[in-house]
Design a protein. Structure first.
Length: 139
């Protein structure tokens, strides 16, 4: 079931945290995305602030062909890359999520670029398919 969010697409999964990460990385790869970086927010918050925080991993996902198309339209779009995807624990459950690329790439645009918006919609479809397939996995 999709969890409403103004930031992106989120689903709960019936996997443990590590299995959810592995499954999401695989389904992202199936959609042409590589993971450029992994940010363990739980570890960083513990290290920098000394606070305990539930497991939370951010993945910087990039589809090179789509990134190249976006950057050819506007080099400043590199400020918005890569596309964040997350795996996190809350309320005893594990969740997968990905950014809303349409919102991210068109936010604040006085006159949205139709080609860029179409590209962002394609990115959203691919990210959502990856999350849906990962969420359908069983332990």
């Amino acid at each position: 079931m999709h969890i409403p969010s103004q930031y992106g697409y989120i689903r709960a999964v019936a996997l443990d945290f590590d299995a959810a990460v592995a499954r999401l990385e695989q389904t992202l790869a199936d959609e042409g995305f590589g993971v450029l970086c992994r940010i363990d927010l739980q570890a960083k918050l513990k290290e920098k602030l000394g606070v305990d925080f539930p497991r939370y991993l951010q993945l910087g996902a990039c589809n090179p062909a789509l990134a190249e198309q976006a950057l050819r339209r506007d080099l400043a779009l590199g400020l918005l890359l890569p596309c964040p995807a997350v795996v996190y624990q809350a309320d005893g459950r594990i969740y997968l999520g990905a950014v809303d690329a349409v919102r991210r790439l068109t936010a604040g645009a006085a006159a949205p670029d139709p080609a860029l918006e179409a590209l962002a919609r394609d990115i959203n479809l691919r990210l959502q398919r990856a999350i849906d397939r990962a969420a359908e996995a069983r332990p």
